[in-house]
Design a protein. Structure first.
Length: 252
């Protein structure tokens, strides 16, 4: 059983909590402690119950809340991705970590940060593919992510909205580059090639408040899936939120 809650997703802060009903882990800690505590309330759990936090990369919207963790909570990050003076456990891409019955498998992605990773989370034969803050995915990552039960996939920006925005040209180039963020079309094309008969839920993450909207992201997904001849029937398609938790996974 995998249950998860996207406590926050976006450029202002990111954090996701995952449980199998016993162990409780977290991906990234870019929010206040209260945000995590509030998201855990429906599960009857507390921040002190979090056993481990896995970091994707060192940008502040993913790590600024680390000081608010309990001292006994283990923090896992790749070499060079956090301040070496910090106390954390080093993980390596493509080497899994077991927390109770939860297997956490990091894989390399393409982002303008030191040694960034995303994660494939497994409990028994159920899998959650967690993809955020990357400008592209290589064949190794794509093969790992085939036919997951659940996906969190970055769908950061709409290219037309980004082009029309008042952001500096250099920032626009960085965002749409191979070391930036996935746009709606890229995200949808990747997912259309990955979903399979096990796939139940897709969540779109890290949606830009200035250069995207939930409506545009969802509509782009539907259009791309139709173009690729891939059905969304039987698959829940939702967006995450910067300011409110979004729950998913097994309902039992």
């Amino acid at each position: 059983m995998i249950r998860f809650v996207f406590a926050a997703s976006g450029s202002k802060g990111n954090a996701t909590l995952i449980t199998d009903g016993e162990a409780l882990i977290q991906i990234d800690m870019g929010v206040a402690r209260k945000t995590i505590a509030d998201a855990l309330l429906p599960w009857g759990k507390r921040v002190s119950d979090i056993e481990a936090v896995f970091i994707t990369h060192d940008h502040c919207d993913h790590v600024k809340g680390l000081p608010y963790l309990c001292s006994h909570t283990a923090v896992y990050a790749t070499e060079c991705s956090l301040d070496p003076k910090g106390v954390f456990e080093t993980i390596e891409p493509y080497v899994g970590i077991q927390i109770g019955k939860i297997n956490v498998f990091p894989f390399s992605v393409s982002h303008d940060a030191p040694n960034p990773v995303n994660y494939l989370i497994s409990v028994g034969d159920e899998r959650l593919g967690y993809v955020t803050d990357t400008g592209c995915l290589d064949e190794t990552a794509l093969s790992l992510l085939k036919n997951c039960d659940y996906y969190l996939f970055e769908s950061n920006h709409d290219l037309r909205m980004l082009a029309k925005s008042k952001r500096p040209r250099s920032l626009k180039a960085r965002i749409r580059g191979d070391h930036g963020h996935l746009n709606n079309v890229q995200s949808a094309r990747y997912l259309a090639s990955l979903v399979g008969d096990k796939t139940k839920e897709i969540y779109l993450g890290h949606i830009s408040q200035e250069c995207n909207t939930p409506e545009i992201a969802l509509e782009t997904y539907r259009e791309v899936f139709a173009e690729e001849g891939v059905s969304l029937e039987g698959i829940t398609l939702r967006v995450t939120n910067q300011f409110a938790p979004v729950y998913g996974g097994d309902k039992e």
